[in-house]
Design a protein around this ligand. Structure first.
Ligand SMILES: *[C@@H]1O[C@H](CO)[C@@H](O)[C@H](O)[C@H]1NC(C)=O
Ligand SMILES: *[C@@H]1O[C@H](CO)[C@@H](O)[C@H](O)[C@H]1NC(C)=O
Ligand SMILES: *[C@@H]1O[C@H](CO)[C@@H](O)[C@H](O)[C@H]1NC(C)=O
Ligand SMILES: *[C@@H]1O[C@H](CO)[C@@H](O)[C@H](O)[C@H]1NC(C)=O
Ligand SMILES: *[C@@H]1O[C@H](CO)[C@@H](O)[C@H](O)[C@H]1NC(C)=O
Length: 252
């Protein structure tokens, strides 16, 4: 059993300014009982994804491309091939602005969403502090790092409760389950082994050459990280954007 814990300090300067009382132009309304609903809602989610990378300051959503995070804490222990105690700070993630929405459905009774996304590229830069073991290699270091993933497919299932507040329906996002797959990964961790340069270069080269097992072994913790980031974004959006603007045929 893998023990995975993570703390994401998300949107530390979030300022609540009140929800949208009128329908913003980046929200497209679909009819849940229309046979063409999936096509309509796929486009509606794409329009939303085209808008939110610039942020929605009126509801406290910061820009998502680049997305800045103060800190990610990654702790993975147990019997697997990976033992990691790492923190990433001063993080910048680029690429969410070019998200392609391939599919979005909404369950007619539970209102859970199923969303399929594709990104050509996602790049993370930041400072890291790492102690651990990946593919049996002991790792230790602190410095700058970057990770560059390409051809990313994400399937996200969001659990929701439909709630009524202030005369509107709201999606309360109670959970999210993500599966993702990447087509390539390059990365560099600077100052590994506290600056023993030959060891740093050979270790980075070895791990890059074996990026697929590295990515697979980090998948549980990366999945949890993506889920926590997406949950923070979705909650900020849907706590402030009535579901009635998305679904024309909601009844009490
Ligand atoms: C899907 O929706 C888009 C945008 O609303 C529309 O242009 C397209 O014709 C629709 N496709 C089908 C198969 O209904
Ligand atoms: C992880 O590393 C931090 C900083 O080095 C340390 O304070 C903490 O005790 C470590 N946690 C575990 C579970 O090893
Ligand atoms: C934080 O990252 C930016 C680039 O993303 C860099 O210019 C800056 O020096 C970093 N700050 C620290 C304290 O490392
Ligand atoms: C991207 O990944 C998908 C599977 O997730 C694969 O079908 C496709 O061929 C890949 N495209 C490129 C350009 O590698
Ligand atoms: C969403 O539901 C949870 C669990 O029932 C509740 O604790 C939380 O306050 C709700 N969120 C909002 C914004 O109402």
């Amino acid at each position: 059993m893998l023990l995975t814990t993570l703390i994401v300090c998300f949107f530390s300067d979030l300022a609540y300014a009140g929800f949208y009382k009128t329908q913003p132009d980046f929200v497209k309304t679909c009819v849940l009982h229309d046979p063409n609903f999936i096509n309509c809602s796929t486009h509606a989610v794409q329009i939303l994804f085209n808008k939110i990378p610039d942020g929605l300051p009126e509801i406290g959503l910061p820009p998502l491309d680049p997305l800045k995070l103060d800190r990610l804490q990654i702790l993975q222990g147990g019997g697997g091939p990976v033992t990691v105690n790492a923190s990433l700070t001063n993080i910048t993630i680029r690429g969410f602005g070019k998200t392609d929405v391939l599919y979005n459905s909404v369950h007619p009774k539970t209102f859970d969403f199923l969303t399929k996304l594709h990104l050509d590229r996602l790049r993370l830069e930041g400072n890291y502090h790492l102690l651990g073991r990946i593919l049996v290699i002991p790792l230790r270091g602190r410095g700058n790092c970057w990770f560059d993933a390409k051809n990313i497919s994400i399937v996200a299932k969001s659990d929701v409760k439909m709630e009524k507040r202030h005369g509107f329906h709201f999606y309360n996002i109670t959970g999210i389950h993500v599966k993702f797959d990447i087509g390539g990964l390059k990365f560099h961790m600077g100052n590994l082994f506290d600056g023993i340069k030959a060891l740093e270069d050979s270790t980075n080269a070895y791990l890059n050459a074996n990026w697929r097992p590295v990515a697979e072994s980090l998948n549980p913790i990366l999945t949890k990280t993506v889920e926590d980031i997406m949950l923070g974004i979705l909650r900020t959006v849907f706590d402030n954007l009535p579901a009635d603007f998305f679904l024309a045929d909601l009844v009490d």
